[in-house]
Design a protein around this ligand. Structure first.
Ligand SMILES: Nc1ncnc2c1ncn2[C@@H]1O[C@H](COP(=O)(O)OP(=O)(O)O)[C@@H](O)[C@H]1O
Ligand SMILES: [Mg+2]
Length: 234
């Protein structure tokens, strides 16, 4: 199954954050989304996941097509996400955090779905810990666990390795690969760490000023003069 974005435009008052983005995402594929600060990466995840309604454009997945969708409807379609800044419910336990997400989707057995998600991130002995008392790295992992409980077609992750050390970042890379393998979902990964992107992505898409300026294999994109000029530097 494919998830397609067609001619997506997002304007905020004076700012055009997305300026006609076309993208086709496939299940089983890990796609890196990179570009300078303010190039529209987070905004793209926001419109794809129903946080914002785009100014123009539409989406298609399987036989469904829409131009406007709520965060919950998108989640029920299996389009799931994490946030650039961690957004956990502070006083919930690990298990409760993931169970609530799975109840919110209203599909299947929420306890079983929560357990599957926690197992994928090796949360075993942490399940009764309070979310806000976890280390920063574990909180980042919990965000991912919450995003994969229940129906999962496409997982959108916004800078999951921000603030993590090398070993913790490597763990996140392995987690994403494991989720893709176990669940067969497509993944869109935004990350500033190019080593992470180059290691894990099948395909990389580069945004600059709200437009796609390059896409291809990690090697193709890394040597594209347009990408070097706009993002990578000399
Ligand atoms: N909610 C918002 N209101 C107004 N402007 C926004 C909002 N979200 C993003 N923008 C603007 O849209 C542009 C793209 O931002 P963003 O998608 O966060 O970029 P990136 O994630 O690539 O750093 C920036 O100019 C940003 O200031
Ligand atoms: Mg961002």
């Amino acid at each position: 199954m494919h998830l397609q974005a067609n001619d997506v435009v997002m304007k905020f008052k004076g700012v055009t954050a997305l300026d006609g983005v076309d993208m086709e995402l496939r299940k089983g594929e890990i796609v890196g989304l990179i570009g300078p600060n303010g190039s529209g990466k987070t905004t793209f995840l926001n419109v794809l996941s129903g946080v914002f309604t785009p100014t123009n454009g539409n989406f298609r997945m399987g036989d469904r097509q829409w131009s406007k969708v709520s965060l919950r409807e998108a989640a029920r379609l299996g389009i799931r996400r994490t946030f650039q800044n961690i957004r956990l419910f502070p006083s919930f336990t690990v298990m409760e955090t993931v169970e609530v997400a799975s109840a919110w989707l209203d599909k299947g057995d929420r306890r079983e779905n929560a357990q599957i998600a926690l197992d994928a991130l090796n949360f075993g002995q942490y399940r009764d810990r309070i979310a806000s008392e976890l280390s920063y790295g574990m909180q980042r992992r919990l965000e991912i666990a919450r995003a994969i409980a229940g129906r999962l077609e496409f997982l959108l992750v916004d800078e999951p390795t921000a603030g993590l050390n090398h070993g913790e970042s490597q763990d996140i890379v392995e987690v994403l690969q494991r989720i893709r393998g176990q669940r067969g979902c497509g993944i869109v990964l935004i990350d500033h760490d190019l080593n992470v992107i180059m290691n894990v992505c099948d395909r990389v898409i580069v945004l600059a000023e709200g437009k796609i300026i390059s896409s291809g294999t990690p090697q193709q994109v890394r040597s594209d003069p347009k990408v070097i000029a706009a993002y990578l530097g000399s």
